[in-house]
Design a protein around this ligand. Structure first.
Ligand SMILES: Nc1nc2c(ncn2[C@@H]2O[C@H](COP(=O)(O)OP(=O)(O)OP(=O)(O)O)[C@@H](O)[C@H]2O)c(=O)[nH]1
Ligand SMILES: [Zn+2]
Length: 337
């Protein structure tokens, strides 16, 4: 409908609504200005959420700074650990978060009802930890990689307990070589030897990381070494839980001595294959991407279809048969669930 066709009454109503909006915005601005003038809140500053409990957040003004306990301005929702925010300091040592910055990415986990909920944001890398013992199945590594690819967060493979590796490296080294050839960074670690984490420190420096992986691979052992004063922090956590907060599911952002930041919670470590579409699984195998969309049938499921570009790529040695078998297993497991 063109403007000209609006009746006088409609025009009047629209003008009235707009005037009301402008008046309210002005009033809000005045209130903020008043408070600022009265010294109630300091100027706007950047910060990053290091923990959150409902509408209360901890915000670190800068890397490694002691966080400031903040509340959320009424119109803000859904902030998570790792979010970049704009906040203002109050006089009593607390603060108010007034805006959320753009997110590079967000890590989601299913809640009790199976619905995906964001738990952390702005993560540079997902460190997928596996170990010489319990030995990883290639399919398990692929599952993690597919899930990581679906989040858009760069995965890094961390092989821990290399002190248990036979001197020649054996099959596991060969397997890792295959992932390196696909372009995935691989880092080896051991907590059993001096200097066993040096390569990991270099990987962590200057980035925000999350550790994930199967039980028993050594995540806690690694994180204990990265956060030697974590006991203090665990103390802080139990203090929060006495107040009845759900701290066990709260992700926290820690500054590490090696210069990087770590986001961790028990829930995050269990990150795995969530609800994915068959398409996403295929796209999660990075070497498949060049071939996707080239099958004869648009709805090809890459099983026995004639003219399937993926099957042809396996035939020509462009896709490793183990990776293709792994893809099949993951797709089949989606159907079962
Ligand atoms: N030999 C050897 N053992 C290690 C190494 N790192 C960890 N371990 C041992 O592996 C076992 C499991 O380590 P955790 O750190 O508890 O593993 P986790 O991944 O945190 O396991 P969950 O808490 O079950 O998720 C422990 O007995 C550790 O002492 C390592 O580099 N070499
Ligand atoms: Zn196909």
């Amino acid at each position: 409908m063109s403007k000209r066709k609006l009746s006088r009454q409609q025009r009047w109503r629209i003008e009235k609504i707009q005037a009301e909006r402008a008046r309210r915005a002005e009033k809000r601005g005045e209130q903020d200005a008043d408070r600022l003038a009265a010294g109630e809140y300091g100027p706007e500053r950047p910060g990053r959420v290091t923990a959150h409990f409902g509408r209360t957040l901890d915000v670190a003004p800068d890397k490694g700074d002691e966080p400031v306990r903040c509340h959320l301005r009424a119109n803000l929702e859904g902030l998570v650990t790792g979010d970049r925010v704009v906040w203002r300091a109050g006089q009593d040592g607390s603060g108010v978060v007034v805006a959320r910055g753009e997110r590079d990415n967000v890590l989601e986990r299913p809640d009790a009802r199976g619905q995906l909920k964001p738990v952390a944001a702005n993560i540079d890398q997902l460190l997928i930890v596996f170990a010489v013992e319990p030995a990883p199945h290639a399919n398990l590594i692929d599952r993690y990689l597919v899930a990581a690819e679906a989040t858009g967060i760069a995965p890094v493979l961390v092989l821990n307990k290399v002190d248990l590796l036979p001197s020649r490296g054996g099959e596991l080294r060969e397997l890792l070589g295959r992932y390196e050839a696909l372009g995935y960074p691989v880092v080896t670690t051991t907590t059993a030897r001096e200097g066993g984490l040096d390569a990991l420190y270099r990987r962590l420096a200057g980035r925000t990381s999350v550790f994930v992986g199967q039980s028993g691979v050594g995540k806690s052992s690694l994180i204990d070494r990265l956060l030697p004063d974590e006991n203090l922090r665990i103390g802080a956590l139990s203090e929060d839980s006495r107040k009845g907060r759900h701290t066990t599911t709260t992700a926290r952002l820690y500054a590490m001595a090696c210069g990087g930041e770590l986001i961790d919670s028990p829930g995050i470590r269990e990150f795995g294959l969530t609800h994915l579409e068959e398409r996403q699984v295929a796209e999660g195998f990075i070497e498949f991407r060049a071939h996707l969309g080239h099958c004869r049938f648009r709805d090809c499921r890459h099983r026995h279809e004639p003219g399937c570009a993926l099957l042809a790529a396996v035939e020509h040695g462009d896709i490793h048969p183990d990776r293709f078998a792994s893809y099949r297993r993951i797709v089949d497991s989606l159907e079962e669930s």
